[in-house]
Design a protein around this ligand. Structure first.
Ligand code: 4NP
Length: 160
């Protein structure tokens, strides 16, 4: 919450498909703000660059790996919309450089472009990682790594 304006902080997580990384980040961040008793100060959402999975629940593997850590990964996929999302959100958190290039290329001006931040810039436990790699074509260990990085990055964002 911005104490000068009383406005909620609005955070949008972005990945390619909105069925693995960004809905997991959405669920982890929601869990963290609830755990810290500050859920009312945040509005959290996620979206994908592509439209392949619009309306679908997250990938079953991410739902299951998240559930084992206590997260409800149950966002319905939607596509990023540059016409409304740059205005609606204060911070737009991307998972990798491809996401960063894609979303910043859609920004209408510098103010919008500066809202786009990389999850990796908030890692504290994984200082040598530069992105949250896409687990979609990977195995269970890739989903676990994505969740480790997402937990680290979300805590970093909240503490920043
Ligand atoms: P995400 O993973 O970007 O973490 O949701 C992907 C999910 C689906 C596809 C690519 C990445 N896909 O090509 O369908």
């Amino acid at each position: 919450m911005d104490i000068t304006t009383n406005k909620k902080e609005r955070i949008l997580f972005i990945c390619l498909g909105n069925i693995c990384r960004s809905p997991a980040a959405h669920a982890v961040m929601q869990h963290l703000v609830e755990e810290r008793g500050c859920a009312g100060q945040y509005e959290i959402d996620s979206a994908g660059i592509g439209n392949w999975h619009v309306g679908q629940l997250p990938d079953q593997r991410m739902r299951e790996h998240g559930r084992r850590r206590g997260y409800s990964v149950d966002h319905h996929a939607r596509q990023f919309d540059a016409r409304t999302d740059f205005d609606r959100f204060d911070r737009i958190v991307v998972m990798d450089e491809e996401n960063y290039r894609n979303i910043t290329s859609q920004a209408p001006d510098d103010e919008a472009r500066e809202k786009v931040i990389r999850m990796a810039d908030y890692f504290t436990q994984h200082p040598h990682s530069t992105c949250v790699p896409d687990p979609y074509y990977g195995g269970p260990e890739d989903f676990e790594l994505a969740l480790d990085l997402i937990e680290d990055g979300c805590k970093g964002i909240l503490n920043s």
